[in-house]
Ligand binder design. Structure first.
Ligand SMILES: C[S@@+](CC[C@H](N)C(=O)[O-])C[C@H]1O[C@@H](n2cnc3c(N)ncnc32)[C@H](O)[C@@H]1O
Length: 278
């Protein structure tokens, strides 16, 4: 079978299952099955071998059951770097990339010491370290399994000398003072968890999504703790859920934080909040 026919077969199968990104997914999965890049795939005219076809069909079957593409390929690109990911970590999201730019502008060439709360794959902490070359950081997560993935990425990106990873909850951080605390915490309300798309509900770790009754459980913990471990003039950078801006702004203000700037996502929702201690 030719590449073009296989892409069409995969796209059609996924379309029948209601998957909107069917063609893109089919291309990514075929390039993964063949071990070549998507760009090379699209200019390749050759017949595909039966082993590769079988692999591809297995991947299409998994995707048609709504398994995220990143869990099949074990890779997700984030700010132009590939991160290892599997079912034990949240798949890094494009909107989380938005959290990084203002941080890089605030601190530019500076040498800072920062904390990432809930590192998952490590996409935030390692992206910041890649861009702030003189800085060091601690990344924490209370999920042991996701830390195995974060450690793989730490080694892959050669950042072992600049980052320490701890299996710790935010409540258990003492004795440090940071220039920056960054977090993309779980922020979905518990009762909304079952109404998300099947890709998320059936596959992604609940502990990475569940923000408790009002979705703000972990955000509140991060804010309270930051009053003790953030340096004066340090920055607290948070990713928040849709519609949480007003509540989070109030909690920040009650805890003596002053808002510096906000960033909207591609759907015009305020997604990132940056503040400093008054
Ligand atoms: C939404 S995920 C974010 C993962 C990653 N930073 C990203 O942006 O893709 C939230 C992460 O916070 C972790 N987490 C939840 N509660 C926590 C707590 N109290 N202390 C530390 N980490 C926590 C979860 O295990 C999960 O990995």
């Amino acid at each position: 079978m030719k590449i073009y026919d296989l892409i069409n077969f995969g796209a059609k199968t996924l379309k029948n299952k209601g998957i909107l990104s069917n063609r893109l997914d089919s291309e990514i999965l075929l390039s993964y099955a063949m071990g070549i890049s998507r760009e090379k795939l699209l200019i390749n005219e050759k017949n595909v071998g039966s082993d590769e076809i079988n692999k591809f069909k297995t991947f299409i079957l998994r995707r048609s059951k709504k398994e995220p593409v990143a869990y099949i390929t074990k890779i997700k690109e984030f700010r132009s770097k590939n991160f290892f990911v599997d079912k034990n970590s949240l798949v890094p999201r494009p909107e989380t990339e938005l959290l990084i730019d203002p941080i890089i502008s605030f601190f530019k060439e500076k040498k800072i010491f920062f904390l990432d709360v809930g590192i998952g794959t490590g996409c935030i902490i390692f992206s910041i370290l890649n861009e702030l070359k003189y800085s060091k950081a601690i990344g924490i997560d209370n999920c042991k399994k996701t830390l195995t993935n974060a450690r793989k990425n730490l080694i892959k990106l050669e950042l072992e000398n600049r980052a320490k990873i701890l299996n710790r909850s935010i409540n258990k951080i003492f004795g440090y003072k940071f220039d920056l605390i960054v977090s993309n915490p779980p922020y979905i309300r518990t009762r909304d968890l079952n109404h998300l798309s099947d890709d998320i509900t059936n596959y992604e770790p609940r502990s990475a999504l569940d923000g408790g009754n009002d979705g703000l459980d972990v955000i509140k913990k991060v804010i309270y703790k930051s009053t003790q471990i953030l340096k004066l003039n340090g920055i607290l950078a948070l990713e928040i859920g849709t519609g949480q801006y007003k509540q989070v702004k109030r909690i920040l203000s009650e805890n003596k934080f002053k808002l510096i700037v906000t960033v909207k996502d591609y759907k015009d929702n305020i997604r990132c909040i940056y503040s400093t201690l008054k």
